[in-house]
Ligand binder design. Structure first.
Ligand SMILES: Nc1ncnc2c1ncn2[C@@H]1O[C@H](COP(=O)(O)OP(=O)(O)OP(=O)(O)O)[C@@H](O)[C@H]1O
Ligand SMILES: O=P(O)(O)OC[C@H]1O[C@H](OP(=O)(O)OP(=O)(O)O)[C@H](O)[C@@H]1O
Ligand SMILES: O=C(O)c1cccnc1
Length: 496
C-alpha cells in the first residue's frame, strides 16, 4: 500500500525555513554532510500511558514520490527577499530539480506501542535532504499517531463491542478526514462511514440513516417500512427523530414485516437523550417482541469517558458510533512530535570511533533536552509482556549479546540490568537504504491486528486512563554518559 490520496510529489508541503536552510547548506557547501535526525514526541497524548505509532505508510508514499517538479521550481523562483530580489539562485533551483533522496531511514512499524523520547523514525543522510524531510514527516506521523491512540483508547473501553468511526463531517478538512479514518481503523475501529477511505485504504464501510430520511416522510412508520423495503439486508433504523421509545415500537413493527420476508431487523440507533436509560428501555421492548438479536447502536458526541460511564450505568449498547471526538482528537488536538539533529559526520575523524560529532539541544526544561546518538530502541520482554524499553547508541552497543544497563531518566541512581538471555526486540527497522525502499508494507488489517497484540503486551496499569503507570523507558548507560558529558560541555562553552 502506498499513499493513494497523493499520487504526486508534495515536496513543497514544508515550511519555508526548511528550504532556506537547504539553500544555506548548499551555498555553504555542507549540503552533502552526513547527518542523523530523530523523530520523537515528549509526552503521551490524552494524559495516557501509551501511544500508537501510525503514519509510516504515508511517510513512505511521500518519500516514494519525492522530487521538485518544474511547477514547484517555477514557484520557488517567484519568492523574493526583503530587497525584492529572488530568494534563491538559479543554480540552487537546478540542484533541487535533480535532487533524489539518498537517505537511509529506519522506523518503528505502524501499530507498535511507543513511548515518550523513543525515536519513531531515524533519518540518516545528506543534511540538506534530512532537513527537507522534517516538516512533512512530523505532519504525517503526529496526526495519525494521535488518532490511532485515541481509537485504541476507545477500543479498550468498548472491549468486544463494535466500534464505528463516523467523523468525516466534523474532520479537519479532506486530509484530516481521510487520514483520521485510516488511523482510527488501525487503532481499533471496526469500520468507517467514510466511503473514500473504504475504497482507498481497504477499510470496511458501514452506516445507518439520518434523521432527514424519517423527516422526508409523513410519518415514522412509513419511513422505516420504505427503508426496509429498499435495503432489506442492511436495516438499522434511527429511532429518535420524534419520540425514541415510540420510534422503537415503529422499528419493531417494521422488523415484523421484514421477518415475514425472511429478513432481519439488524439494529436500531439512538442519537440523543439519556443513552443509558433509553438503551435499557429499548432493549426491553425489543426482547419482549422477540427481537433479542437486534443490536442497539448509540451515537451523539461519544468519547472514551462517556462510553465508560454508559457501561457503568448498565447501558444496553452493542455498537458505538464515534465521530467528532475521535477524528479531531478533541481533548488534545495535536501530538507534539519533534525532529532533532542527533549526530553530524566528523570530517576530521581519524578512526571510525570518532566519525560522528554528537549533537543535542539544551533547554531550561529538562523534558526539552534532546538526546544525541544514532539511536535504536531495544524492548525487553518476558512471557507475560513488555518489561522496559532501552534507547541506545548503535555506535556504542554493537554487540547484541552483551548484557545492558539502563538508567532511569528521572533518577540517575536507579539502574536496571538486563542479562544476555533476556528476550528483546529492536524496534526500528530499515525502511530505506540510501534512498532505496527495503521495507514491504504490511496490509492495513495486519497493522490493526498488531495494535491489539502490542496492547496485550502492556501491563494494565499502563493502559489505565487515570494516572497511568509510567512504562519504563531509559537510556543505555554509555548513551546516558555521552548525553551527560555533552550537556556539561555545551553548558561550559555557552558560558564563555
Ligand atoms: N446516561 C448518560 N450518561 C452520560 N452521558 C450521557 C448519557 N446519555 C447521553 N450522554 C451524553 O451526554 C451528551 C448529551 O448531549 P446533548 O446535551 O446534546 O443532549 P441530547 O439529548 O443529545 O440533545 P440533542 O437532541 O441536541 O442531540 C452527549 O455527549 C451524550 O453522548
Ligand atoms: O456525534 P459524533 O460523535 O460526531 O457522531 C456523528 C454524529 O453525526 C450525526 O449527527 P448530525 O450531523 O446529523 O447532527 P446531530 O448532532 O444533530 O445529530 C450522527 O447522528 C452523530 O450524532
Ligand atoms: O451511518 C451513520 O449512522 C452515520 C454516519 C455518519 C455520521 N453519523 C452517523
Amino acid at each position: 500500500m502506498t499513499n493513494k490520496l497523493y499520487d504526486t510529489s508534495l515536496s513543497l508541503l514544508t515550511d519555508l525555513y526548511q528550504v532556506t536552510m537547504a539553500y544555506g547548506y548548499w551555498k555553504s557547501k555542507t549540503a552533502e554532510k552526513e547527518a542523523v535526525f530523530n523523530l520523537y514526541f515528549r509526552k503521551n497524548p490524552f494524559n495516557g500511558g501509551f501511544t500508537i505509532a501510525c503514519g509510516l505508510a504515508n511517510v513512505i508514499g511521500y518519500i516514494d514520490h519525492f522530487g521538485f517538479s518544474k511547477k514547484d521550481l517555477r514557484y520557488l523562483r517567484t519568492l523574493k527577499g526583503n530587497d525584492n530580489k529572488p530568494m534563491f539562485e538559479e543554480a540552487f533551483l537546478d540542484y533541487l530539480a535533480n535532487l533524489t533522496l539518498t537517505c537511509s531511514i529506519e522506523a518503528i512499524p505502524e501499530g507498535t506501542v511507543v513511548f515518550p523520547n523513543e525515536p519513531l523514525i531515524r533519518v540518516r543522510g545528506p543534511i540538506l535532504q534530512c532537513q527537507l524531510l522534517e516538516t512533512p514527516l512530523l505532519n504525517l506521523i503526529n496526526f495519525e499517531s494521535l488518532i490511532a491512540t485515541k481509537a485504541a483508547r476507545l477500543r479498550l473501553v468498548a472491549d468486544t463491542d463494535t466500534l464505528l468511526e463516523f467523523g468525516l463531517r466534523r474532520a479537519q478538512g479532506v486530509d484530516g478526514g481521510m487520514t483520521a479514518s485510516r488511523a482510527a481503523y488501525i487503532g481499533g475501529c471496526d469500520a468507517t462511514s467514510n466511503v473514500l477511505a473504504g475504497k482507498l485504504y481497504d477499510i470496511p464501510v458501514k452506516g445507518t440513516h439520518a434523521h432527514s430520511w424519517v423527516m422526508s416522510f409523513d410519518d415514522e412508520q412509513q419511513a422505516f417500512d420504505t427503508y426496509a423495503e429498499v435495503l432489506p439486508n442492511n436495516v438499522t433504523l434511527l429511532v429518535d427523530t420524534y419520540d425514541t421509545l415510540q420510534g422503537v415500537r415503529h422499528a419493531i413493527e417494521t422488523g415484523r414485516k421484514l421477518e415475514q420476508q425472511g429478513h432481519k431487523l439488524a439494529a436500531i440507533r439512538l442519537d440523543s437523550g439519556d443513552l443509558a436509560y433509553l438503551s435499557i428501555e429499548a432493549r426491553k421492548l425489543l426482547d419482549e417482541a422477540g427481537f433479542e438479536k437486534t443490536s442497539i447502536v448509540a451515537s451523539n458526541d461519544l468519547d472514551e469517558t462517556i462510553i465508560t460511564s454508559l457501561k457503568q450505568q448498565g447501558a444496553k449498547i452493542d455498537i458505538w458510533g464515534v465521530g467528532t471526538k475521535l477524528v479531531t482528537a478533541f481533548d488534545q488536538p495535536a501530538l507534539g512530535g519533534v525532529y532533532k539533529l542527533a549526530a553530524l559526520q566528523n570530517e576530521t575523524a581519524e578512526d571510525s570511533a570518532s566519525r560522528w560529532s554528537y549533537k543535542m539541544k539544551l533547554s531550561e526544561q529538562a523534558i526539552k533536552v534532546s538526546t544525541p546518538g544514532i539511536q535504536q530502541v531495544r524492548r525487553f520482554r518476558d512471557e507475560r509482556g513488555f518489561l522496559a524499553d532501552m534507547i541506545f547508541n548503535t555506535e556504542e552497543m554493537s554487540d547484541e549479546k552483551q548484557p545492558a544497563t539502563m538508567i532511569d531518566p528521572m533518577d540517575f541512581t536507579k539502574r536496571r540490568r538486563f542479562t544476555v538471555s533476556q528476550q528483546y526486540e529492536d524496534l526500528l527497522v530499515p525502511i530505506f537504504q540510501e534512498g532505496k525502499r527495503v521495507y514491504e508494507l504490511p496490509d492495513i488489517h495486519a497493522v490493526r491486528a498488531r495494535v491489539q497484540t502490542q496492547l496485550a503486551g502492556l501491563h494494565p496499569g499502563v493502559k489505565r486512563f487515570v494516572n497511568p503507570h509510567t512504562y519504563p523507558v531509559g537510556l543505555e548507560q554509555s548513551l546516558h554518559q555521552l548525553k551527560t558529558e555533552l550537556i556539561l560541555k555545551l553548558r561550559e562553552s555557552a558560558s564563555h
